[in-house]
Design a binder for this molecule. Structure first.
Ligand code: IPM
Ligand code: MN
Length: 352
C-alpha cells in the first residue's frame, strides 16, 4: 500500500519524538511491503516564527491531502509567560482541530504489566485498567465567545454546545462501547451547568438505540476522584472539551508515565494521531524525551486510519519488548540505565 502521512513535528520535544516514530514506521513499511510518503509541514511556535501563522494554510492543504496526520507537540514558554501575546502556538492546534472537523479525541489509558510498579498508584488499584476517554474537541468553552468587559477588569469565556455536537460525539461513544465491554459513562456537571443538562438529556435519548450498552451518568468531580481510586471500574467515558482535557491528563499518569499514552482525533476530514504529552520545553534537545507515546500513536494510525491491524500489532509488540528489556528513557529508568530518545527509536526500528 502507498501511504501518505502528514508530519507535523511542532515545538519542543515534538521533532525528537516524531523522528523516532518515523524510524519505526519506515521499518514497518519495509517489513510489510508498504511505501510511506512523509509530508512535513509547519505548526505551532515554529510556524509563527517562519510564517507569522500558527497553522498556515499550506499546512492545512497538506493535511487535507494525506491519509493521516502524525503530530508531535505544540507550545513554547516565550508565549506562556506573556499574557499579552495575541498570536499563540496553541491557536494553531485549535484552528487545525476546527478546520479539520476533529470533534472526537480518543484517549486510551491502559497499564503495561512490566511497568505496573512505576505507577504512582498502588498495584492493586490499577491492575486491569483499560479505559478510553472520548473527549469532545471542537466545542464548549474552548471555542465559545471570550472577552473582557469593565475596562478589562472582568473576563468571560462562554461554554456552548448544540444537541448535534453532543450527539455525534455520544454516537462514537456508544459505538466504541459496543466493541468493548458495553459500558459507557457520561461525565458532566448536570447539577450545575445547563450545557451538562443538554449532554445528559441527549445521551439519555440515545440509550434506546443501544439497548445492550449500560450507561452511567457521573459528575466530573466524582469521576476525578474515582479515576485514581478505581480506574479499572471504567471502560468508555464521554465528556465535553474542558472536562476531558483535565481528566485525560489525570488518567495518563495511571500507567506510570505521561510519556506512554497515545491519542487520536477523528471527525470530518483527515484523522490526527499524537502523544498526549505536551512540548516539554525543559527537555528540548536533550535526547531524554520518551518517544513511546508517539510510536504508539503511530500504531493507532496504522490500525484506525489505514485499517492495517497486523502492522499496529507489530508496533505494540516491539514497544512491549523494549519495556521488558529495559530499553527506556529516564522517566522509566529506575536503578537501570537510561537510554536516549534516539537510542530507544533505533532499538525499536531494528527490532520491528
Ligand atoms: C491537549 C492540550 C491542548 C488542549 C492545548 C495545548 C491547547 O492540552 O491537547 O490536551 O488544551 O486541548
Ligand atoms: Mn491537555
Amino acid at each position: 500500500m502507498h501511504i501518505k502521512i502528514a508530519l507535523l513535528a511542532g515545538d519542543g520535544i515534538g521533532p525528537e519524538v516524531i523522528a523516532q516514530a518515523v524510524k519505526v514506521c519506515d521499518a514497518i513499511a519495509v517489513k510489510f511491503k508498504h511505501t510511506i510518503e512523509w509530508k512535513s509541514a509547519l505548526i505551532g511556535a515554529v510556524a509563527i516564527d517562519e510564517t507569522g501563522e500558527p497553522y498556515p494554510d499550506e499546512t492545512h492543504q497538506i493535511c487535507l491531502n494525506t491519509d493521516a496526520i502524525l503530530f508531535g507537540a505544540i507550545g513554547h514558554p516565550k508565549y506562556d509567560n506573556n499574557p499579552n501575546a495575541t498570536i499563540r502556538p496553541e491557536q494553531g492546534l485549535l484552528k487545525m482541530r476546527k478546520k479539520l472537523g476533529l470533534f472526537a479525541n480518543v484517549r486510551p489509558t491502559f497499564t503495561f504489566p512490566s511497568l505496573i510498579d512505576k505507577s504512582p498508584l498502588k498495584r492493586e488499584r490499577i491492575e486491569g485498567t483499560d479505559l478510553v476517554f472520548l473527549r469532545e474537541l471542537t466545542g464548549g468553552i474552548y471555542f465559545g465567545k471570550k472577552g473582557r468587559t469593565d475596562e478589562g477588569e472582568t473576563a468571560y469565556d462562554h461554554c456552548v454546545y448544540s444537541r448535534e455536537e453532543v450527539k455525534r460525539l455520544a454516537k462514537k461513544g456508544f459505538e466504541l462501547a459496543m466493541t468493548r465491554s458495553k459500558k459507557l459513562c457520561c461525565v458532566d456537571k448536570a447539577n450545575v451547568l445547563e450545557t451538562s443538562r443538554l449532554w445528559r438529556e441527549t445521551v439519555q435519548n440515545m440509550e434506546k438505540d443501544y439497548p445492550e450498552v449500560q450507561v452511567s451518568y457521573e459528575f466530573v468531580d466524582a469521576v476525578a476522584m474515582r479515576l485514581v481510586q478505581w480506574p479499572s471500574s471504567y471502560d468508555v467515558l464521554i465528556t465535553e472539551n474542558l472536562f476531558g482535557d483535565i481528566l485525560t491528563d489525570e488518567a495518563s499518569v495511571i500507567s506510570g508515565s505521561m510519556g506512554l499514552m497515545p491519542s487520536a482525533s477523528v471527525g470530518t476530514h483527515t484523522s490526527l494521531y499524537e502523544p498526549i504529552h505536551g512540548s516539554y520545553p525543559q527537555a528540548t534537545g536533550k535526547n531524554i524525551a520518551n518517544p513511546l507515546a508517539t510510536v504508539l500513536s503511530a500504531a493507532m494510525l496504522f490500525e484506525d486510519a489505514l485499517g492495517l491491524t497486523e502492522e499496529a500489532t507489530a508496533i505494540r509488540t516491539v514497544v512491549n519488548k523494549s519495556l521488558a528489556a529495559g530499553i527506556v528513557t529516564e522517566d522509566l529508568a529506575e536503578n537501570t540505565k537510561a537510554y536516549g530518545t534516539n537510542e530507544v527509536g533505533d532499538w525499536l526500528a531494528k527490532n520491528v
